[in-house]
Design a protein around this ligand. Structure first.
Ligand code: ATP
Ligand code: MG
Length: 569
């Protein structure tokens, strides 16, 4: 244990994390009295995905490291897309990842009264006005990156008129789209976000927390910084697309003269073969390309949990990815590498046959059953051993036999001897086929009773060790194997200019119903992670799995593609 922790710590030191550097400098300079208060601000309009995990690990991570606190704040300013279902799902995912916000659970909607008062203050000071331009007109007045914008004809309304109109907007007397409240900044500002941005819009819609109290809702930019300020956030860490919004973030805070958190932007996490925007994920769910938000093919935390990813693997991955200023896309194999590492240390091994071929051991007594000792986890001596029943009729993996093997195939073939794991050496003596189709239906073999446990007393060797189950003792199970959800590493652009969903992999899920598992494996509970020897890591489905009808999701195969790529350089 110690050695692996040591190596993880060394790894950590090599990873760049410029946010930590900024915070350390601030602490050293005595800024914010040396305090560190961060926040994770999800919008409750979808489930969390692995991209969010990066932000979570960063925000909660620095809070933990510098003995500060991290707030969970639901950024619920848009009543059209937000639901309580998402709030609950987000909390569940955060807990699962292993983070605790304690009493610091907040909602931007709790600040609506304060924000409204601040809006009035800005109007009174001549820094905000009510504008009647339509959305299209506003866009036209805004100008472009190369051309300055033009002042709205409503820009010079008196304070009294503005206060009256704002009150009417809030009271529900103004129709949606007819008026907005805008900050009076500078229509010629090089940064378009400063060209009199909208602060409030009319939306006559119930909110999941404030009900029908409000007819106007603040825009993200007018809400986020002030929410940070109210909570005393010291470092407001967000993704790069907000860099252009920082001048506005600062403008509002300065105009209001309130506590000024520091906004710091970092690069989003992007992963190959993965779509990460909630809007796209919602489309996958709504259009039934996947079963649900927690479909094991989804990059959501709930999907990854269901698939069997250990939370620690996700945390280790986020740490290794590091925190940078430049956007990049990381290899999917890298994420799987962390999943495998964690599962290798922690998951018990079992035998399961997912594509069965019957084997009859001709010289094995009809009614005999051997209980053979099997190691639960070679990586963890404390995991102990279990007994596996062996009898006359077995299943082996169909792929482990070839009637006419090529040179490099070392597994079972006619006349050849192999080892059955934890059991005996067997030799194939006869191949039985379906007369009509020619398909191999059964193998006849003999076993050597002297090789019990898997070693020959005369020291003779075999070239293959195979897994198996006893037909009489095995339990039938369903196994779901997953592949990438998309056929393209960058799935954002559809085939030949078509919609991105044309990149969905039609073979992203393979369901095998004729699988057989050893008796001990039938005892695992939904959500438990195991290794099927020689096949991969699997997780008992956390929704459909039962003792009588087991269902396993393939978490990841055994082959570490990432490690291989690293070796090649
Ligand atoms: P999406 O694009 O999936 O809709 P979002 O940014 O709109 O994401 P929010 O709920 O607003 O979703 O995100 C909460 C926090 O998570 C924000 O601080 C956001 O910057 C961060 N975040 C979202 N996606 C990523 C990502 N891919 N990598 C890192 N951080 C992310
Ligand atoms: Mg967002």
């Amino acid at each position: 244990m110690t050695s692996s922790n040591d190596s993880e710590n060394t790894e950590e030191r090599r990873v760049s994390n410029f946010v930590r550097n900024i915070i350390e400098e601030d602490i050293a300079a005595g800024k914010n009295e040396g305090q560190v208060i961060t926040r994770f601000p999800p919008e409750p309009n979808g489930y969390l995905h692995i991209g969010h995990a990066k932000s979570i690990c960063l925000n909660f991570g620095v809070a933990e490291r510098y003995k500060g606190q991290c707030h969970l704040r639901f950024d619920d300013t848009n009543p059209t897309k937000e639901e309580d279902e998402y709030v609950e799902a987000i909390k569940e995912d955060l807990r699962w990842l292993g983070f605790d916000w304690g009493e610091h659970e907040y909602y931007a909607s709790d600040y609506f009264d304060q924000l409204y008062d601040w809006a009035i203050k800005l109007v009174e000071e001549g820094k905000a006005y009510v504008c009647d331009l339509t959305f299209e007109e506003m866009k036209e007045y805004r100008g472009t990156l190369t051309e300055p914008g033009r002042n709205s004809p409503y820009r010079d309304r008196t304070v009294e008129e503005n206060l009256d109109l704002l009150a009417r907007m809030a009271a529900g007397e103004v129709d949606e789209g007819k008026m907005v409240l805008r900050a009076k900044i500078d229509m010629a500002a090089p940064n378009l976000n400063l060209r009199d941005p909208v602060m409030y819009r009319v939306l006559k819609m119930a909110h999941h927390r404030t009900g029908s109290k409000w007819n106007i809702y603040p825009m993200y930019d007018f809400c986020h910084g002030q929410s940070d300020s109210i909570e005393g956030i010291t470092h407001s860490v967000c993704t790069l697309e907000f860099e252009d919004h920082r001048p506005l973030y600062d403008w509002y805070i300065n105009a209001l003269g309130i506590h000024h958190p520091q906004q710091i932007e970092f690069a989003r996490l992007n992963i190959e073969y993965t779509m990460m925007s909630k809007r796209n994920l919602l489309e996958l769910v709504n259009e039934k390309h996947v079963d649900s938000w927690d479909d094991p093919r989804m990059p959501t935390l709930s999907g990854m949990r269901r698939r069997g990813y250990p939370p620690q693997a996700i945390r280790n991955f986020c740490e290794a990815v590091g925190v940078a200023k430049a956007n990049s896309t990381v290899d999917f194999a890298w994420l799987e590498h962390f999943v495998r590492n964690e599962l290798n240390k922690t998951s018990p091994r079992f035998m399961a046959v997912v594509n069965p071929l019957k084997v009859v051991i001709e010289n094995y007594p009809e009614d005999q059953v051997d209980e053979l000792e099997a190691v639960n986890n070679p990586e963890d001596p404390e995991a102990g051993t279990r007994m596996v029943p062996f009898s006359k009729v077995l299943y082996i993996e169909r792929d482990d036999f070839m009637e006419d093997p090529p040179k490099k195939f070392f597994r079972l073939a006619p006349g050849r001897e192999v080892r059955l794991r934890y059991a005996y050496f067997i030799t194939c003596t006869e191949v039985i086929k379906d007369a009509a189709t020619g398909e191999i239906t059964e193998l006849r073999c003999t076993y050597d009773p002297e090789t019990k446990g898997g070693n020959a007393p005369d020291g003779r060797k075999v070239k293959a060790t195979m897994h198996w189950v006893s037909v009489a003792h095995a339990q039938q199970a369903e196994v779901r194997n997953y592949n990438q959800l998309f056929t393209k590493a960058n799935p954002k652009r559809g085939k030949k200019g078509k919609h991105w969903t044309t990149n969905i992999n039609p073979e992203s899920r393979e369901v095998l119903t004729e699988c057989y598992i050893e008796p001990a494996l039938a005892e695992v509970k939904g959500g438990e992670r195991v290794q099927f020897e020689r096949l991969g890591y699997y997780c008992a489905d956390n929704q459909n799995h039962t003792r009588k009808a087991p269902v396993f999701n393939r978490t990841v195969t055994l082959k570490d593609v990432w490690a291989k790529m690293q070796k090649k350089g």
